[in-house]
Design a protein around this ligand. Structure first.
Ligand code: PGA
Length: 253
């Protein structure tokens, strides 16, 4: 049986390496008995190296990667460098990066670089708003088609798709809660889009998770009824108890 996936996206937190170690150790202490759930923490780049030494149970991921291997790219960090630092996953196409101007074509290049560096991409997709004419399905379809462009059938099972409706993310002003029905509907749709692009079998091999204010109170509902294999949590992942609780819920279901 494939493991459930619970991912913590720490974003630009915490402020010091000491706090990062404390938070990580606290999560590690709480999830030491977990067997059926893959626990992944995505801290800022600079903490990866020290965190990798602290737990064998928790995998590490980065929050972005440059789409190129080597060269004069001031300020960038390549997928290979991240792998070397201990990351095995990388979040790509997060809405907070799309807001800074990242396009599907950029994310497509990043996906290819990540895959060739043996990092498993966690590809974020999701609409900014829901409209009555259901245009949001087209938004997500375009994201999937353009981000997957040119990626071989043999590699797509490495990609985790995180459906993150921007309107449900904790930092979105005026945000509102998504329901497990919203998640299930989109998870089915994403599988269909991938199935049309590749094959039904390929679509079945892509893991789909939900993100957007996921927390210890709604985790069970999303995991049971949301049609997803896991959760990507931002704010709740900065609280070791809450995050560990989400992991334990996933383990029990
Ligand atoms: P949130 O963040 O859980 O704080 O909404 C999720 C994300 O942005 O990845």
């Amino acid at each position: 049986m494939l493991k459930r996936i619970i991912i913590g996206n720490w974003k630009m937190n915490p402020l010091t390496a000491r706090e990062a170690e404390k938070l990580f150790n606290s999560v590690a202490g709480n999830v030491s008995k977990i067997k059926k759930t893959e626990v992944i923490i995505c801290p800022p780049f600079i903490y990866l190296d020290r965190l990798k030494k602290l737990s064998k149970k928790i995998s590490l991921g980065a929050q972005d990667a440059f789409p190129g291997e080597v060269g004069a790219f001031t300020g960038e960090v390549s997928a290979e460098m991240l792998y070397e630092l201990g990351a095995r996953y990388v979040i790509l196409g997060h809405s907070e990066r799309r807001t800074l101007g990242e396009q599907n074509s950029d994310i497509n290049k990043k996906l290819k670089s990540a895959l060739s560096a043996s990092l498993r991409p966690i590809l974020c997709v999701g609409e900014e708003k829901r409209d009555e004419s259901h245009e949001y399905f087209n938004v997500v379809k375009t994201q999937i088609r353009e981000c997957f462009n040119g990626i071989g059938k043999n590699l797509i099972s490495k990609i985790i798709v995180a459906y993150e409706p921007v309107w449900a993310i904790s930092s979105t002003p005026g945000r509102r809660d998504a329901t497990s029905a919203d998640s299930r509907e989109m998870a089915v749709f994403v599988k269909k889009v991938i199935s049309d692009l590749y094959s039904p079998e390929s679509a079945n091999n892509v893991r789909i998770i939900y993100g957007g204010s996921a927390n210890e109170k709604d985790a069970a509902d999303f995991l049971k009824n949301g049609g997803v294999d896991g959760l990507l949590s931002g704010r709740a992942s900065l609280d070791a108890k809450k995050f560990a609780e989400i992991v334990k819920i996933a383990e029990k279901i």
